[in-house]
Structures are given as structure tokens and as C-alpha cells.
Design a protein around this ligand. Structure first.
Ligand SMILES: NC(=O)c1ccc[n+]([C@@H]2O[C@H](COP(=O)([O-])OP(=O)(O)OC[C@H]3O[C@@H](n4cnc5c(N)ncnc54)[C@H](OP(=O)(O)O)[C@@H]3O)[C@@H](O)[C@H]2O)c1
Length: 282
């Protein structure tokens, strides 16, 4: 019998993970929820998957700042008993829900929200934190993940299920310290945007040299594809020196990039992004 997968949130990351994800649809009855059910419906249509809307009950809650503690607000109540849960809201979105029951497994993509915080909000046999990237759309995400029992090898059935779920949208790399989830913002979580900046720069460079935008874009796209394939079997260092002949063309370009501090700029940008994610739990 299929298990229930309750997806909370329907933004870019939820869509990237769910889009044409045949592993997920063949293993789970998918339910999607959030604070705007029309957006959840739109998400199902965009992702081209079989899924249903989960309509939560609402419960009035007392405003802690109100002196007389009268109910002034309400929260969506989600029944997660025996379900698999995929949390895909912005970090602050966690507070919008009341989770009832005990889930079998909770996967959280929320940057900066630690397992200690998640455990205060919900109960689950397993909690997995993951940092995917937007290439999950094409099932090519580089996903760092942390799960206590995975690193201790105490539950091999759970380990197998978790890896199968995470690898349904790309390659998953286990980290043995939860703090390294935010560190992976530097290598993979945010780095697609950094690489997009390089791609844009090279397209502009091609135009400056006289190529049309279409020609330049096509050449750069294919270069990225070729680069990714070569990188699968060679180190960046090997690739760099394979095309840098002594006193030649490519080494002159590399010298300019080093003079302008491009390497340091990338490291600093990636560090700043990771630091911001660490702070978002505060
Ligand atoms: N994008 C990436 O490359 C990436 C990579 C790794 C991890 N992440 C993580 O993925 C999560 C979602 O990011 P995203 O890129 O998918 O963002 P997004 O496209 O802006 O979607 C945000 C989602 O969070 C919901 N949300 C926001 N504030 C909420 C609140 N107060 N209460 C309830 N729901 C709320 C939104 O619902 P409404 O539309 O109704 O507000 C929407 O479903 C974040 O926690 C982020 O850290 C993203």
C-alpha cells in the first residue's frame, strides 16, 4: 500500500522536487497543502504529477501578547500521523502550522531551521534535513542531507528509504554534522545562481567579440554541459592545465581573473550566503 506524502509549501523548491517525479508518485499518495490552496492547485498542474489538495482545519490560538489571552488568530492544523512529510515553506512558515500525530519521516528543506527547532513543532520517527538546489527540476540536484541514524548506520531500512527519496531528484551527499547543511549553501544550495552569473558574463563576452546573442548563448550552454561531463571524471585543476599552454592564450585570461580576485570573490560570496542561512533561524 502506498504511504501518504504530505508536502507543505508549493514554491520553487517544492515544484523542483515534485516536477515529473515518477519515484514519488509511484511510491506515495501525494497531498499538497499551505496557506493558499489555490497556489497548491497551481503547483500540482505545473508539476505534472498526480496529487491531491490537503485542506486543513483551522484552530483559533491565543495571542501571547494579548493581556487577556483571547483567541485572536488561527493556525492550520495538519494531521501527520504515520505520514511522510516534506516541509518546503520559507523558514518562518513553520510557525503557520500545528502538526498533530507522529509522522514516520519528516524531510525539511528549511535553511537555518535545526532539528531541535523542528522537534519542538512536530513529532516524527525520523527527521532529515536537506539542502537541495534548483536543478531538482531536471532531477540533477546536488543535495546535502543530515539524518542522525544515517551517520550512525543504526537503521538500514530507514537509510535505504531516505536515500531513495532524496535521489529521486538528484545526487544526495550525507553530512555527519548538522551544521554542514548550511555550509552546503556554498557548494550547491546557492551556487547555481553564482554559475548563472558566470554564464551571463561569458555570453556578454561573446557578444563583445562580435558573436550574436543567440550564437553566444548556444556556445556557452554547450560549454557548461561539456564542462559538467568532463568534471565528472577530471579535477578542475586537470581541466585548467589541459588547456593552458605555457605563455599561451588561456593562461593570460586566467592571470587577469586572478589579478581581479575572482577566486576570493566567489569564496566570500558563498560564505556570506551560508552565514545568512545560519542566521535565518533567529
Ligand atoms: N530555492 C532554492 O534554491 C533553495 C535551495 C535550498 C533550500 N531552499 C529552501 O526551500 C524553502 C522554500 O524556498 P523556495 O525557493 O521554494 O521559496 P518560494 O518559491 O518563495 O516558496 C516559499 C513557500 O513558502 C511558503 N511560505 C512563505 N511564508 C510562509 C508563512 N509565513 N507561512 C506559511 N507558508 C509560507 C509560500 O507560501 P505562500 O506563497 O502562500 O506565501 C511558499 O509555499 C526555504 O526554506 C529555503 O530555505 C531553497
Amino acid at each position: 500500500m502506498k504511504k501518504t506524502l504530505l508536502v507543505v509549501g508549493y514554491g520553487n523548491m517544492a515544484q523542483a522536487i515534485l516536477t515529473r517525479n515518477h519515484f514519488i508518485t509511484s511510491h506515495f499518495n501525494v497531498l499538497i497543502t499551505g496557506r493558499d490552496l489555490q497556489k497548491a492547485k497551481d503547483c500540482i498542474a505545473k508539476c505534472e504529477i498526480e496529487a491531491q489538495i490537503y485542506t486543513p482545519q483551522y484552530r483559533a490560538i491565543a495571542d501571547s501578547k494579548s493581556m487577556d489571552s483571547k483567541p485572536t488568530n488561527s493556525k492550520a492544523v495538519l494531521d501527520i500521523q504515520d505520514s511522510i512529510v516534506l516541509l518546503c515553506t520559507k523558514p518562518k512558515g513553520l510557525q503557520s502550522f500545528i502538526f498533530e500525530g507522529k509522522a514516520q519521516c519528516v524531510y525539511s528543506v528549511l535553511a537555518g531551521v535545526g532539528i531541535d527547532t523542528l522537534e519542538k513543532q512536530l513529532q516524527s520517527c525520523h527527521i532529515v534535513r536537506l539542502m537541495p538546489n534548483i536543478a531538482a527540476f531536471s532531477k540533477n540536484s546536488a543535495t546535502a542531507f543530515y539524518h542522525k541514524s544515517y551517520t550512525q548506520h543504526t537503521d538500514s531500512k530507514a537509510d535505504t528509504d531516505i536515500l531513495a527519496f532524496l535521489e529521486s531528484f538528484g545526487k544526495a551527499v550525507s553530512v555527519d554534522n548538522e551544521a554542514l547543511i548550511e555550509s552546503s549553501i556554498a557548494t550547491s544550495g546557492s551556487s547555481i545562481a553564482f554559475l548563472a552569473l558566470i554564464a551571463e558574463s561569458l555570453i556578454d563576452a561573446g557578444i563583445l567579440e562580435g558573436l550574436t546573442h543567440a550564437q553566444s548563448q548556444e556556445l556557452v550552454k554547450q560549454t557548461f554541459l561539456g564542462f559538467a561531463t568532463e568534471l565528472a571524471t577530471k579535477s578542475p585543476n586537470e581541466l585548467k592545465y589541459a588547456i593552458s599552454s605555457p605563455g599561451g592564450t588561456t593562461i593570460r585570461g586566467l592571470a587577469i581573473l586572478e589579478e581581479l580576485g575572482v577566486r576570493g570573490a566567489f569564496i566570500k560570496a558563498a560564505h556570506t550566503a551560508a552565514e545568512h542561512a545560519r542566521d535565518s533561524k533567529k
